[in-house]
Design a protein around this ligand. Structure first.
Ligand code: MN
Length: 716
């Protein structure tokens, strides 16, 4: 185990200004928090975060990253809380630790790797600060190095699969080839042990056969370059078993000699010397056609720069050579981490977290060829997405701003249509809440539920929008048909005619309709009146009674009217408000009140209270009036009553107001102060009530309160 002072010294060796105190506190905090916990290897658990910190000192990362590495498992695996971390180490460290903790939780949720691409995007999207990702990658690297201690083969294989599918490509994505190579190789060893062993055995054999072949090649290359006037550091290395294996798979080739699986590297001081070295080698040895690539003038999207070439080199062996400067070399090995190191100190003033992210984005933005452009667009695409989980751990990708309803429809349209509520990370949220990356969404459904037209106003996915719209349109047509049928039935009966569908069949052509249902719908929508239809069925027959007896509720306002017999009225039963029937906003009718319907062409029926002033506008068009009755039994949805109040402007008056309404089981759904003076507020309050009696009770209770000067139902 690295000792406390060793760790601090390592960090100080490359960053003399590092916060020594924070490093010491983190060391002690993590050691105490993990206490007697042990790893599968039998080592104290604390050795793990310590090794992760050690890996990051190799990358020469800043003190905050090292502190985060030490603390990265305390929130998830010990009694310590994020709040304590923030208290002891401050907001920045807490944010970083929280980021790594969240990534670890995702790991537990996603057992399937078929969504690898989405999952990689999710991890990247959640690493708002790239240091979070670097700590996570180092964490995974150490876990892979100690993977063989885990007893269960299934578990080892699952972790290795995940590393291969998610973490190795992520490391490559941000240019950390050294991490990527090691992660891939360790995974390969677990996933395909036979292939791994056979390649290793072959490598050993060829090394014995070739004796000091690599050294001889390196010596000759160094001499050739020195003769040409370039001082270069030359090295040769055998490729890792996994990259040999991939090459064999991809090109369907075996390897006969060591040089087939070796790569040579020439590292020089300047860019000019890179091209100079290339010239020297190309003029001395035959060049293998088609192997030359200039990644210096056109870097790869992840920032990689080098010259690549293939030559028939020393001892007439075909070899691959990479030529680069020292800085390019560090970037090739360490990716983003190296960029950070080289530019460190340039912009200390800006928050560190932004600099890191900018580094990554800069690299990606420098993309110039189509392939790179595509890479870049992909990044933008996932920035507009959120990735959420079902309780089973399935990943659902949604556009940013998506709600639980979008999520439900993405799972299945039937789930969407029957959604009544949602839990996000085990807490109930409103259906219009916005989802965030990594949220676990639990949709609560009910067979009785139907999609609400209101949902269309806040969903963002096309699928949800289309499904809701399709349902609303279908249901509206159904409602219009039902309304039209009831209106026709009522009118026929009042005129003393028997109402049969058969009788209507004969007049379909006249109204250019295909079916009786179609005809119902046009009547429900108000395109034709019931009277028109009846006169078509019984042509030549005069209106038997006068209008007023057909609509008994239609009487001059102000005159006391006895409740009319309900047998002629169209019941609201089965008609959903908001579809074919709307409640007028001028008078807010409530169950128990006398009401009347006004047919509006194409929009169905608007329901007013019988004493609503708006009705005066319709005095001249009696054919639009429909007698309508409440159907108390089937109506359970709350109705809105609007009150106009004058309340004393003094402490606690609003409190007593809401207490009284609450005690009387009314729910305030909206409150608007229309004017205020030194002494009084005037306000409008919408209260959800079951019927008019309920609202009357509330009004009475309010009037009995001293702070309330007056209460009236608001009209118009
Ligand atoms: Mn860990």
């Amino acid at each position: 185990m690295i000792r406390q002072f060793e760790l601090v010294e390592r960090v100080k060796s490359y960053d003399p200004g590092a916060d020594e105190d924070a490093l010491n506190r983190a060391y002690v905090f993590a050691m105490k928090a993990h206490g007697l916990q042990t790893r599968a290897s039998g080592d104290p658990y604390f050795s793990h975060p310590l090794e992760v910190a050690g890996i990051l000192t190799d990358l020469k990362l800043d003190d905050s990253s090292i502190v985060t590495a030490l603390l990265h498992d305390v929130v998830e695996d010990t009694e310590a809380t994020l709040a304590e971390v923030e208290q002891v180490f401050g907001k920045d460290i807490a944010r970083l630790v929280d980021g790594v903790t969240k990534l670890s939780r995702l790991e537990l949720q996603s057992e399937q790797s078929q969504h690898a691409e989405n999952f990689r995007k999710l991890v990247l999207a959640m690493s708002e600060d790239i240091r979070v990702l670097l700590v996570k990658l180092a964490d995974r690297l150490h876990n892979m190095r100690t993977l063989h201690f885990i007893k269960s083969q299934d578990k080892r294989r699952r972790i290795a699969r995940e590393t291969m599918d998610i973490y190795a490509p992520l490391a490559e994505r941000i240019g950390m080839h050294r991490f990527k190579d090691e992660l891939e190789n360790l995974s390969f060893k677990t996933l395909n042990p036979d292939a791994y062993k056979s390649i290793l055995a072959r490598l050993e054999f060829l090394k014995r056969e070739g004796e000091d072949l690599p050294e001889r090649i390196v010596d000759e290359l160094r001499r050739v370059l020195a003769e040409g006037g370039v001082e270069a550091w030359v090295s040769g290395r055998v490729k890792m078993p996994y990259s040999v294996w991939r090459k064999m798979q991809r090109y369907n080739v075996g390897f006969e000699q060591l040089s087939d699986i070796m790569a040579f590297r020439v590292v020089v001081a300047t860019v000019g010397e890179c091209y100079h070295s290339l010239g020297e080698l190309h003029s001395r040895y035959p060049v293998v056609p088609g192997r030359f690539k200039d990644y210096i003038s056109t870097p790869k999207p992840n920032g990689y720069r080098s010259l690549h070439s293939g030559i028939i080199g020393p001892e007439r062996l075909r070899i691959e050579i990479q030529i680069r400067t020292r800085e390019m070399h560090e970037v090739a090995e360490l990716g983003v981490a190296a960029h950070w190191k080289y530019k460190q100190g340039e912009d200390q003033v800006d928050g560190r977290q932004y600099r890191w992210l900018r580094e990554l984005l800069d690299i990606l933005e420098q993309a110039s060829n189509p392939e790179e452009f595509l890479e870049h667009t992909k990044l933008e695409m996932f920035q507009d997405q959120v990735f959420c989980f079902t309780p089973k751990g399935d990943l659902i990708a949604l556009p940013r701003g998506a709600t639980p309803i979008d999520f439900a429809y993405a799972v299945h349209s039937e789930v969407g249509a029957s959604t009544v509520g949602a839990k996000v990370n085990s807490r109930m949220v409103p259906l219009r809440a916005q989802l965030h990356n990594g949220d676990q969404v639990d949709i609560i459904t009910s067979k009785a539920q139907r999609p609400s037209p209101d949902w269309e106003n806040f969903v963002v996915t096309g699928k949800a929008k289309a499904s809701i719209r399709r349902y609303v349109r279908q249901e509206q047509r159904h409602q219009y048909a039902e309304l039209g049928r009831q209106i026709l039935q009522k009118t026929f009966r009042q005129e003393g005619h028997e109402f049969t569908e058969k009788a209507l069949d004969g007049v379909l052509k006249k109204f250019k309709r295909d079916s009786v249902t179609d005809l119902y719908t046009t009547v429900g929508q108000g395109h034709h009146t019931a009277r028109e239809v009846m006169q078509a069925v019984f042509p030549g027959e005069r209106q038997k009674r006068r209008l007023q007896s057909v609509f008994p509720s239609l009487r001059p306002r102000g005159r006391a009217s006895k409740p009319a017999a309900k047998d002629g009225a169209v019941p609201l039963k089965g008609l959903i408000p908001g579809m074919a029937v709307h409640f007028a906003h001028c008078c807010h009718p409530l169950p128990g009140e006398r009401i009347v319907g006004i047919v509006t062409t194409g929009k169905g029926v608007t329901v007013h209270t019988i004493d609503c002033e708006t009705l005066e506008n319709f005095q001249d068009t009696p054919e639009r009036w429909i007698d309508i009755a409440w159907d108390a039994a089937s109506d359970e949805t709350p109705h809105l009553g609007r009150l106009h109040l004058v309340v004393a402007n003094e402490p606690g008056s609003l409190g007593s107001l809401s207490t009284i309404i609450g005690k009387n089981l009314g729910n305030i759904s909206n409150l608007k102060i229309t004017s205020r003076s030194t002494d009084f507020f005037e306000m409008l309050i919408d209260v959800e009530v079951s019927d008019v009696k309920h609202l009357t009770n509330i009004i009475a209770a309010l009037r009995a309160t001293s702070v309330i000067a007056s209460v009236e139902r608001a009209r118009g």
